[in-house]
Design a protein around this ligand. Sequence first.
Ligand code: T5A
Length: 220
Amino acid sequence: MSDADRRDGSLFIVLEGGDGAGKTTQVALLSAWFDALGLAHVSTREPGGTPVGEAIRSIVLAGPEMDMPAESELMLILAARAAFIRDVVRPALEDGHLVLADRFSLSTMAYQGYGRGLDLDQVREAISIATGGLSPDLYLVLDLPAAEGEERQKHDGAEPDRIEAAGRSFRDAVREAYLELAASEPGVEVVSARGTPEDVHSRIKARLAARFPGTFPDRV
Ligand code: T5A
């Protein structure tokens, strides 16, 4: 998608971070804020967001008994992403809307590249096949020590999925990967995920206002 295909006002914002950092909570709070500001938007998640994406999600996030090579995991996630781009992201940006996503390609670099140990250049190349080179305007990484994310998830009482079951060292590697990616990739900012959901929400709003002053009010 070239910039010429995007209508004025379109924005693609992605929340990222380790499991249990609070992305889903923050997407809901941001979506309510965008509604209050009258900003047309689509809020969605990855893998998922389309019928094929949700079907793939149920395979990728099955229990640990669904054993698969890291390469299969990568290809499944990217198969979902290609549909997500075609059916959700591009149409919304072409209509001048805001897209707010819970995870995108930075997750693939952090989990399949750094976490699973796949070759980073190959992962990057595979991502660009799925996305056609489309990148978000901003990634906000919610940063939280892996143990605290795990603790937050325990309160939900759900059984760990395949990826969550990969263990503490995997979660630690993913957190470090995000920090490294934030230091080396353009358009990635880190926000502390500590504190109450409202504390984190205020930090995120302040970042968006600083980054996109024409879209978000500066008094937040
Ligand atoms: N994946 C995904 C890849 O490996 N590669 C990829 O390319 C992509 C796109 C997705 C999985 O897929 C992998 C990564 C993931 O393992 P998911 O369920 O979407 O799975 O991701 P999770 O991060 O596992 O989702 P969670 O819902 O568990 O975590 P969230 O969304 O970060 O956190 P949230 O908001 O659900 O909060 C978790 C708990 O903490 C509480 C909430 O109420 C909830 O109980 N909470 C807080 N508690 C205290 N203080 C706060 N500030 C809190 N904020 C939320």
